[in-house]
Design a protein around this ligand. Sequence first.
Ligand SMILES: [Zn+2]
Length: 291
Amino acid sequence: MASKSCLRFFIFCLLFCCILPAGAAREDWARPFPGHRVIGNLYAVGSYDLAVFLITSDNGHILINTGLEDSVEMISENIRAVGFRLQDVKILLSQQSHWDHTAGLAEIKATTGALMLATPRDAQILEDGGYSDPHFGGQVSFKPIKVDGIVGDGEVIELGDLRLTVHEHPGHTEGSSSYSMSVRENGRDYQVVIANMGTINAGKKLLQGPTYPGVADDFASTYRRQKAMPVDVWVAAHGSQYGLHRKWQPGQPYNVSTFVDPEGFQAAIIVLEKRYLKQMAEERASMEVEQ
Ligand SMILES: [Zn+2]
């Protein structure tokens, strides 16, 4: 029902607008965007700013993230436009258990029968619809989804000829995760990373009454580990985070080098790390004043 979902979206915007990364606009979450091939068997099938990734294999597909609850039809059409079927998705993954990336998971699971896999720390939040989220919780913010299996750091998810490595990159949420794989195109291997970036939502506390215990160390280790990753091609949970609209415009033909951007990945991490260090210094200073 349009009116009900509009109201829900409005309430969500009031409560969660701080999830938005800098430079992104709220209407960009729901705005349709054409599905396109990123590299090899990786396709972007999400909205203008909420990234959804399809990774295809010879025995079904993996779908990462979903966007908003009302985005499922658009995702399905984008998958069809790049030559595949939503019904052939066998495994569902999320990068972070926040409403703007998870709200369609339950519906997609129900229609495809795909298995939902998640990191231990995000699994509970997915199963209670965001209620136990230490920052935005205390209410159900998306339709809960049953998690069928737990995946951990370094684990390799196998599906047909596809091998996808899980990287736990906590901080943004306690169970945030990135994924990596090697793609062979034009006779060479490309290291591809689907990164969950270490952005700090407004209101998050790192040191003083931390949003969850260990959050400051989690962000620090995520920046350190991401900087050390071998990367040729990278994408992230929001198009605006990985320069989607600078790199690719609708109608642009597939080219293996379109999303090759190792320097951009390093630069994006360094920007976020600087913001983190600034907030750490501010929180330390205010704790000293109070003592
Ligand atoms: Zn988030």
